[in-house]
Write a protein that binds this ligand. Structure first.
Ligand code: ATP
Ligand code: MG
Length: 564
């Protein structure tokens, strides 16, 4: 991964760090990645993970994994495990062990009391709605709470009562005493602690008061000795509060917050809250549905860790919010699979072809390369007989001069094999084509036709060499480029986001795959089904049903749906 690190040398964050090193030659760079365990990680998190872990590596520093677990209502252990698994899979190692903000609850409680003692925090008993109303707007300054001027003693007592479960949820909260007319709304007496009676996945029932993100985050950074705390641009205003809390508590270490732009990708939703809605409404299956850009979804779709890292390097780190083209993500995986995926043939929508001039017992074995330019990937054998399957789309009954594939009276080349010419079709009583009857030019194997242009090449599988398989063809989940910005994002769902086909793969390849499934080895099961796209074996495949997920099309042509 070392070579991949290079681009991090060249962004505004590296500039800041280089300047910091000039000021302090002994600086030990310490970053952190702080996920809230309320969902799976997505490609946006990958951007932040690459930044935090790689910049720490680059400067011989450390990167912590810290679960920002301050809201037991939304969090659980399943998410903790998936987050750890995904970071490891992406290829990163966190410093020492996983940390949790909840480990610091006792220290944070002391810091909160320190603020109360300095008359910089008070227990408020306005309702949530009143707090919102009193906060004011960008145009209008806020209004002081009637509870703002309680004595320090009263506040200490009430805060203790909050901690001891005397108040119900929403009946009291702790607020910083800053300035209700601050131009920055965040500084208008932000809430520091609220009451929640839900059992916490780490601290169980030990606490019923929980620190807010703004209070917990800066102090956790300080406790862990984080030097550079990177977050996304929405937290720019929170920086004042971050610094205010560190300045007014007796911390030993001052961390510094820097912001970069969050990743937004075309046709996609990244917000965990919105992904949860898609799951709850059964629009997608789970957090690893290949149609969403969670790390688990991308992995299941066939994306490799290196392709995701490469994507993160390509988009870089800036301070400008923008919408990244989806094709950039696809480019990264296509580029990689082009070098590594085994070439083989699959027929997704089979139609039978009978070659009438080939004997029924004729069988020719043909050895074909697994990769056109990389002999190291080896060969495999295919079988040619008089009954084969081709793609329904590769034959057209209606005469069309422009149609270059198989039609009555014209020739095509079977990939790695012979030239055939369609002569007749057989239909069932409903008028559907059952068999295309063709002549096979038995002199054409490996030879260019004399005095004729090379015909189009199509893929095929001999009936004898087929193994049934299911193919999941994925398209964008949304029909618009920026669903994340639409409140009614559910109105823009693509009805064709998943198209399932039942067809065939080559038996030899299938048998190899089944052998791997039997020995629980799911590595390198990436294929280029010639002329169709890159696919990977789906994890839900069984020995009896092989399922393939389309990772990406061969060219940037996703809009041409495999629907017809
Ligand atoms: P979401 O809105 O998707 O739920 P979040 O910001 O609430 O995301 P956290 O688990 O709190 O998710 O985020 C952990 C870290 O990942 C934070 O530092 C956050 O800034 C960063 N992060 C989250 N989403 C993105 C994104 N789209 N691009 C870059 N960084 C992101
Ligand atoms: Mg969050």
């Amino acid at each position: 991964m070392n070579n991949e690190n290079k681009q991090n040398n060249n962004n505004f964050i590296s500039k800041i760090i280089n300047e910091d090193f000039q000021k302090n030659k002994n600086l030990l760079l310490h970053t952190r990645f702080p996920p809230e365990p309320n969902g799976y990680l997505h490609i946006g998190h990958a951007k932040s993970i690459c930044l935090n872990f790689e910049i720490a590596n680059l400067y011989n520093g450390y990167c912590n994994l810290r679960f920002d677990d301050t809201n037991p209502n939304k969090e659980n252990k399943k998410y903790i495990n998936s987050i750890k698994n995904d970071i490891r899979w992406l290829g990163y190692k966190w410093y020492k062990r996983a940390f949790y903000s909840s480990e610091y609850f006792s220290i944070l409680y002391k810091y909160a009391k320190e603020l109360i003692k300095k008359d910089l925090a008070y227990v408020d008993q306005l309702t949530k709605e009143q707090i919102r109303e009193y906060r004011g707007t960008l145009k209008n300054v806020g209004k002081n709470s009637p509870y703002r001027n309680r004595s320090i003693e009263d506040n200490l007592k009430l805060f203790k009562k909050m901690k001891n479960g005397f108040f119900k949820e929403g009946e009291a909260c702790l607020r910083a005493k800053i300035n209700m007319s601050s131009p920055s709304i965040i500084m208008r007496d932000p809430v520091l602690y609220r009451i929640i009676f839900t059992k916490h996945h780490q601290t169980k029932n030990q606490w019923c008061i929980y620190p807010m993100y703004d209070f917990a985050h800066c102090l956790s950074d300080s406790i862990e000795g984080i030097t550079h705390s990177f977050c996304t641009l929405e937290f720019q205003d929170n920086k004042n509060l971050y610094n205010w809390i560190l300045k007014n508590t007796n911390v030993k270490h001052y961390s510094q917050q820097y912001e970069f732009s969050r990743l937004n990708l075309e046709y996609s939703i990244l917000s965990k809250r919105k992904i949860s809605i898609l799951i709850n409404k059964n629009i997608i299956n789970e957090w690893d549905d290949p149609r969403i850009l969670t790390i688990a979804g991308l992995r299941r779709k066939g994306y490799t860790a290196s392709s995701i890292r490469q994507f993160c390097h390509k988009i870089g780190i800036t301070k400008q919010n923008n919408l990244v083209e989806f094709s950039m993500l696809e480019y990264c995986i296509r580029n990689e699979l082009n070098q590594t995926a085994t070439r083989t043939m699959a027929v997704l929508e089979p139609i039978k072809v009978y070659l009438y001039n080939i004997d029924d017992d004729y069988e020719k074995k043909i050895t074909v390369p697994n990769h056109p330019n990389n002999p190291n990937l080896g060969n495999h054998e295919i079988i040619f007989t008089n009954t084969i399957y081709i793609e329904r789309k590769d034959f057209q009954e209606k005469y069309d001069k422009k149609y270059k594939r198989l039609k009555i009276g014209t020739e095509v080349r079977l990939r790695h094999a012979y030239i055939i010419k369609a002569e007749k079709i057989e239909k069932d009583k409903n008028g559907n084509i059952v068999t295309i009857i063709c002549f096979c030019d038995t002199t054409s194997l490996g030879k260019k036709p004399i005095n004729k242009k090379n015909p189009a090449v199509i893929h095929w599988i001999a009936k004898k060499n087929t193994l049934p398989a299911k193919f999941n063809l994925y398209n964008h989940l949304f029909t618009i480029k920026n669903p994340e910005q639409k409140e009614n994002f559910l109105s823009f769902l693509n009805p064709d986001s998943l198209i399932i086909k039942n067809g065939f793969i080559e038996k030899k390849i299938g048998k190899k795959i089944i052998k791997k499934i039997n020995s629980n080895n799911y590595e390198n099961l990436f294929f280029q089904f010639e002329r169709i796209g890159y696919f990977c074996l789906d994890q839900l495949s069984s020995k009896t049903t092989l399922v393939f997920n389309r990772t990406v099309s061969l060219r940037d042509s996703w809009k041409v749906k495999m629907k017809n």
